[in-house]
Write a protein that binds this ligand. Structure first.
Ligand SMILES: Nc1ncnc2c1ncn2[C@@H]1O[C@H](COP(=O)(O)OP(=O)(O)O)[C@@H](O)[C@H]1O
Ligand SMILES: [Mg+2]
Length: 455
């Protein structure tokens, strides 16, 4: 651990000098103290390791050791004692010293101890960093994949995360990881401790969406019996994620643009300009350029959003990541379902690797989840992945009734689930995949008690 700082505490200048000299030769930074009180105060400035003499003018080394351990239990302390003072060494070890060295000491031996001790701190710190990372819900490592395209996505997200950029646009088909990318940007940024607010633009009628975003004053419209803060206001200091921005009504597009340019807004029915500091991440699975051409999306807003844009690649364009993702989800569902699935049989894996994955990672995740619920053995095979054996065209043209018959309810449920998954739980889109209207699909969602997975 080069660059580590070692505090040398001894009241004899000559001993201090020889230790400091040698430590510096080895590449360590050093701080010196001749008394216990100096030692304690230097330690507070942050040191990694302390070489601590037992006999000090104003206190003994054990007292200093206890103080140091109270301030920072991770500081390593090597106590220096005369070899006649066996009791001191024992007491020091009991009180958390890393080791002791007997005076007169051999410098080589002391250096070896220092090196070993610092390896321990390094490890402890790494463990702490890893723990902190795990405690964090989303990090760059949440984005699985080693393909060039996903690597450059990660690199871009990392840059955006630390940059002050106030708007970001995420594009990509449904299920490619736009939600995930938005959370990663938020949680790796300095905004991580502030709110991450998430709204799906298409889920609400225009007027409601406006008051959800910007809030409203009391009496702004019928039913507005109280003042309400909007998402943007509540997210101050944090991030607002606007999903399906392509579906936003033109009036709101104008209001959003004004907010992005001026960083201020008015609540619905309000006259006061409110200022907040939020990063807006917008996502869409449509081509906004196309929407602009068709006159459905404001060109100025598109350019404003497009300054920082990240495109999430469809899974079929990075097939090398398919086995990685499958194994990633096997691991995570093994834990969740307490199963011991070891992997996917080679034939099934190659079929999965050439499957189209129109629903992208979302479809893959759900396919693995279903397969693991079905599997009793310790390996997943083609039988556990029904979509590999049931051709899609076969379904649409009518499938042959198998000789043993079929459970039509279960089939219907499975089709509704698949349609919802493929459309990212957009009921209108799912309904159109099944040739149903919104009411008809709502009825089935209720009948089968289906819920959008939280994750
Ligand atoms: N690269 C990835 N690595 C791991 N999981 C991913 C990846 N991309 C997407 N996912 C997962 O796939 C599912 C769908 O992703 P999501 O972000 O909701 O897609 P989108 O918002 O683009 O429709 C989520 O469970 C998400 O965690
Ligand atoms: Mg999404």
């Amino acid at each position: 651990m080069p660059n580590a700082t070692v505090l040398v505490v001894d009241d004899e200048p000559l001993i201090r000098w020889s230790l400091v000299n040698r430590l510096q030769e080895e590449g360590y930074r050093t701080v010196e103290a001749g008394t216990a009180s100096e030692a304690v105060s230097h330690h507070r400035d942050g040191v990694d390791l302390v070489l601590l003499d037992y006999h000090l003018p104003d206190a003994n080394g054990l007292q200093v050791l206890k103080q140091i351990k109270e301030t920072d239990p991770d500081t390593l302390v090597i106590i220096l004692t005369a070899n006649t003072e066996v009791g001191v060494a024992v007491e020091a070890m009991k009180n958390g010293a890393f080791h002791y060295a007997n005076k007169p000491f051999d410098l080589d031996e002391v250096m070896l101890l220092v090196e070993k001790a610092l390896e321990t701190t390094q490890l402890r710190r790494e463990v702490r960093v890893l723990r902190a990372r795990n405690a964090q819900p989303y990090s760059l490592a949440s984005i699985v994949g080693q393909s060039d395209s996903i690597k450059s996505v990660r690199a871009l997200l990392e840059r955006i995360g630390v940059s002050p950029a106030s708007t970001v646009l995420l594009t990509g088909e449904s299920g490619t990881g736009k939600d995930l990318a938005a959370k990663v940007i938020h949680y790796i940024s300095s905004r991580a401790n502030k709110p991450f607010m998430n709204i799906t633009t298409s889920a609400l009628p225009e007027t409601l969406l406006e008051s959800e975003l910007f809030g409203h004053e009391r009496g702004a419209f019928t039913g507005a019996d109280r003042q309400k803060r909007g998402l943007i206001e509540s997210a101050d200091g944090g991030t607002v994620f606007l999903d399906e921005i392509g579906e936003m009504a033109p009036v709101l597009q104008a209001k959003l643009l004004r907010f992005l340019e001026e960083k201020s807004f008015k609540r619905v029915g309000g006259s006061q300009d409110l200022r907040v500091d939020v990063r807006v991440i917008a996502a869409t699975n449509r081509s906004l350029q196309e929407e602009v051409k068709k006159g459905r999306f404001r060109e100025d807003l598109f350019y404003r959003l497009n300054v920082m844009a990240v495109e999430l690649p469809p899974l079929r364009d990075r097939r090398g990541d398919i086995p990685l993702l499958i194994n990633h989800y096997i691991d995570s569902f093994n834990t969740e379902f307490r199963k011991k699935i070891r992997g996917v049989a080679p034939a099934a894996m190659s079929a999965l690797q050439s499957y189209p994955w129109r629903g992208n990672v979302r479809e893959l995740r759900n396919a693995v989840e279903r397969a693991m619920l079905l599997a009793d053995g310790n390996e997943l095979t083609e039988n556990h992945f029904p979509m590999l054996t049931v051709g899609e065209t076969e379904l649409s043209t009518g499938m042959g009734l198998p000789p043993e018959g079929i459970n039509i309810e279960a089939l219907e449920r499975s089709l509704v689930v698949q349609a919802l998954e493929r459309s990212g739980w957009n009921q209108t889109k799912a309904a159109s995949l099944l040739g149903l209207n919104r009411d008809q699909i709502r009825y089935r969602i209720e009948k089968f008690d289906l819920h959008k997975p939280t994750a």
